[in-house]
Write a protein that binds this ligand. Structure first.
Ligand SMILES: Nc1ncnc2c1ncn2[C@@H]1O[C@H](COP(=O)(O)OP(=O)(O)OP(=O)(O)O)[C@@H](O)[C@H]1O
Ligand SMILES: [Mg+2]
Length: 245
């Protein structure tokens, strides 16, 4: 099957620090790829390069059949809308209700009528299991609820691909599960996703494949079953062992 996103030989440096050193990454439609790896291995930088928030030094990024690396700024913005990005810190607008946070993109960027955008927002807030929070403001919600609003906000732009960068690492443990469940449900419904996370349980349950990054390189990539059962490079085994400890 043709990949939805196929990036090859990506190099990226900050100053003389080569943060990504020839990274290959691809996802097919409907696939959930989990990216693991130690701090500083380049996971966030990789996601930011894939959605063109960071320019790459060399390499190719084919998305929906089109080379997108090096697109001019104007086209990059349009392209970025095809990818929903969810970060550790959700950064909702504090002065807007959850509904208007979600409706904001469709109204401002897609020029949808407000009424229609709010209806869409209601649908999406129900989808992330917040039907009773349509009128709430962000500071009235738990971190996990706010993160689910952030997911709904990303979905409102009708992305072809969701990129998650440690979406649960800033949350209280008791709210993590609800966020992971929503991500898994979306994936089960066919949403393509790349998920940087340390949640190995999520990886086992929801991922189709798992990639391990180390010092700017892909140290290992395998189907989820093979990743957790077959022999892996020593570096990966040590990392997984530490995470289970
Ligand atoms: N804007 C920047 N300027 C300079 N160096 C940067 C910048 N962004 C990232 N780096 C460096 O690039 C390397 C990779 O960072 P990155 O944030 O991609 O790692 P990560 O795998 O996401 O780590 P973590 O698990 O801690 O989030 C780190 O050494 C980091 O200090
Ligand atoms: Mg990171």
């Amino acid at each position: 099957m043709t990949p939805l996103l196929d990036a090859a030989a990506i190099w990226k440096s900050f100053g003389d620090h080569a943060v990504l050193q020839g990274v290959d990454v691809s996802v097919t439609r409907g696939e959930c790829l989990v990216v693991l790896g130690p701090s500083g291995s380049g996971k966030s930088t990789l996601l930011r390069c894939l959605n063109l928030l960071e320019p790459i030094a060399s390499g190719s990024i084919v998305f929906e059949g089109r080379e997108i690396a090096g697109l001019p700024r104007k086209h990059a913005a349009a392209l970025r809308r095809r990818m929903g990005m969810v970060f550790q810190n959700f950064e909702l607008f504090p002065h807007l209700s959850t509904t208007d946070n979600v409706a904001f993109g469709p109204v401002r960027v897609k020029k949808r009528p407000l009424k229609e955008a709010r209806e869409l927002a209601h649908e999406l807030l129900c989808k992330v299991h917040l039907p009773d929070k349509l009128a709430a403001f962000p500071d009235e919600l738990s971190g996990g609820q706010q993160q689910r609003v952030a997911i709904a906000r990303a979905l409102a732009m009708e992305p072809a691909l969701m990129l998650y960068d440690e979406p649960t690492s800033a949350l209280d443990p008791e709210t993590v599960g609800d966020v992971l469940n929503v991500m898994q449900e979306l994936s089960d419904e066919g949403m393509t996703s790349i998920v940087v996370t340390h949640e190995l349980g999520f990886a086992r349950r929801a991922a189709d494949s798992v990639m391990f990054m180390d010092a700017g390189k892909v140290a290992h990539r395998a189907s989820v079953d093979a990743f957790f059962t077959d022999a892996a490079p020593e570096r990966v085994v040590r990392f997984l062992r530490r995470m289970h400890a």
